[in-house]
Design a protein around this ligand. Structure first.
Ligand code: SF4
Ligand code: SF4
Length: 529
């Protein structure tokens, strides 16, 4: 295997490893604009020039493969002078508007200037060439061509990942400018990745522009709940509010990308939340405390069981619930309430768009988990459609709905179904027609306020994490279900989602062999593979 010595550190690498990749593996950052590990090599920016012993010229680390016993230096005077020269050239016509630039704080140009530049400009401000500024190019993207360093990352992304080829370089020399073709706006579903990969503030997100300075943001790991692909994401938050989501690399699932639909699904953690438990008393809905909520739920379930039997109760689980929440919901229905009527709301097809890149037709994160947990009626029980029909006919006397919707019923119809039932309980994070029509509403935590696992459509079990506590009076679903179960007589001592998961792995064949703590950041295939 070829061996490279980089700044005195040795590394053996496989064939066709570039010097920049070897540097990354050794923790030696070689400056780059055009190089991106998941796009083709272009070698246009010349920021990654390095000195190789025995070679007279500096060579680009991104486009030079490691050869046997190569000795490379990235920190010599010749390298520093070359990098400084490239930077000065790139900044000749740059607007230097860092104070109002959204990339400020995570900009390669800014960072490299502080590291290698620190010179006084030799080019008068008034002579700078001006280009398109604040141009809406479609999708979620605003273009500022003056900030562009013409690295072509964006063009290569649109050629190699989405295959839509919507950006190009127009003009010549100092007037070269990245742009769309005439009025052909970006129309692909992955435009926010352009803001992620643009190393400077030339392509920024309309959604995130001027919202929050990046140095205030904290980062947590999670899973996108936008569809059944289960892309791995970073959640960026500040003071109990989510400001943006960005893709987290997982070779098995989403690589380094995510779609725009999923990207904006974070808003559900901020907006339209159910803030407090509430109960309909007479004509009015009144806020109650959690103790009163559990007391009321227990009382009503007991009354219906006594007067009509457990068969008059139905439970509709949600494919937005975690595996652990679904498992507890099933136990609650079959073992504690003892109703055979259990269903899960089918995959929601609000937007039936799907593609070969990432987006699944199923716009829920855990339908596969619900299927594998066999969330459905026991013998003689009602399935999803059966529960809805029986509810409309007044045969269901008490309905428990987890989540904010009933399949793809529109809001009016979902509200009518719930209203037709004598008593209904909704456990959900967000307001909806279901919560508005329910007798008792229990606010649950959003996906960033609780932890657990989802099973994506390929059968990969992936953890999501409690990133910050609820800022409202919501509670984790696990806690709500476990407390409700205990009030109804269960001897459950589940302290958290880990305890539920490990119990589930012992009793549910699909999860056999998995251990919560060893699932790992990139998830595990069910069956312990
Ligand atoms: S817009 Fe950004 S990603 Fe595209 S060429 Fe310019 S600097 Fe590179
Ligand atoms: S493909 Fe699906 S899981 Fe991935 S980001 Fe888009 S909506 Fe989220």
């Amino acid at each position: 295997m070829p061996k490279v010595t980089l700044n005195g550190k040795e590394l053996e690498v496989g064939p066709e490893t570039t010097i920049i990749e070897a540097g990354d593996r050794l923790g030696i950052h070689i400056p780059r604009f055009c190089y991106h590990p998941h796009l083709s090599i272009d070698g246009n920016c010349r920021m990654c020039l390095v000195e190789i012993e025995g070679v007279q010229k500096l060579l680009p680390a991104c486009a030079t493969y490691v050869d046997h016993d190569m000795v490379v230096h990235t920190d010599t005077d010749a390298v520093k002078k070359a990098v400084k020269g490239v930077l000065e050239f790139l900044l000749v016509h740059h607007p230097i508007d860092c104070p109002i630039c959204d990339q400020s704080g995570e900009c390669y140009l800014q960072d490299y200037y502080m590291q290698f530049g620190l010179y006084k400009s030799r080019f008068p401000l008034k002579n700078k060439i001006h280009k398109a500024k604040v141009k809406d190019v479609g999708g979620d993207i605003v273009l500022d061509a003056e900030r562009c360093v013409l690295c072509t990352r964006c063009m290569r992304f649109l050629r190699e990942v989405t295959g839509t080829d919507e950006l190009n370089i127009f003009g010549r020399g100092s007037h070269s400018e990245i742009d769309i073709y005439q009025d052909q706006l970006l129309r692909n579903r992955y435009t926010c990745n352009l803001a992620d990969i643009c190393p400077v503030g030339a392509l920024t997100s309309k959604d995130f522009r001027f919202q929050c300075r990046v140095w205030y943001l904290k980062e947590g790991k999670s899973i996108c709940t936008g569809c059944a692909t289960g892309c791995n994401v970073f959640v960026h938050h500040h003071e109990g509010k989510v400001w943006r989501m960005m893709p987290r690399f997982n070779e098995q699932v989403n690589g380094p990308w995510m779609c725009d639909i999923g990207r904006f699904s974070y808003t559900a953690a901020n907006d339209g939340r159910i803030e407090k438990p509430r109960s309909v008393e007479g004509e009015k809905s009144v806020v109650i405390d959690w103790d009163a909520a559990f007391y009321t739920a227990n009382l009503k379930i007991g009354e219906v069981k006594r007067d009509f039997g457990a068969g008059a109760i139905a439970v509709i689980a949600s494919p937005r619930s975690s595996n652990e929440e679904l498992y507890l919901t099933k136990k609650l229905a079959f073992e504690i309430i003892r109703t055979p009527n259990l269903a899960f709301t089918p995959a929601v097809v609000a937007d039936d768009y799907s593609d070969e890149i990432l987006v699944s037709k199923d716009k829920t994160p855990n339908s596969r988990g619900a299927v594998e947990l066999r969330i459905g009626p026991e013998d003689g029980g009602l399935d999803f459609d059966g529960i809805l029909d029986a509810a409309r006919q007044g045969k269901v006397k008490l309905l428990i709905v987890l989540g904010c919707c009933l399949g793809d019923l529109d809001g009016d119809e979902a509200g009518r179904v719930v209203s037709a039932v004598e008593y209904s309980i909704n456990i959900a994070p967000n307001e909806s027609a279901v919560s508005q029509a329910s007798s008792l509403v229990l606010p649950s935590a959003s996906f960033v306020e609780r932890g657990g696992t989802f099973t994506n459509e390929a059968g990969r079990v992936q953890r999501f994490y409690r990133i910050f506590p609820p800022r409202i009076r919501a509670r984790e679903d696990i806690r709500i279900l476990a407390d409700l179960g205990r009030r109804l007589g269960a001897d459950w001592d589940y302290k958290n989602e880990e305890a539920v998961f490990d119990d589930m792995a012992r009793s549910e064949p699909f999860f056999a062999g998995l251990v919560y703590r060893v699932i790992g950041e990139n998830g595990s295939e069910a069956g312990g593979k």
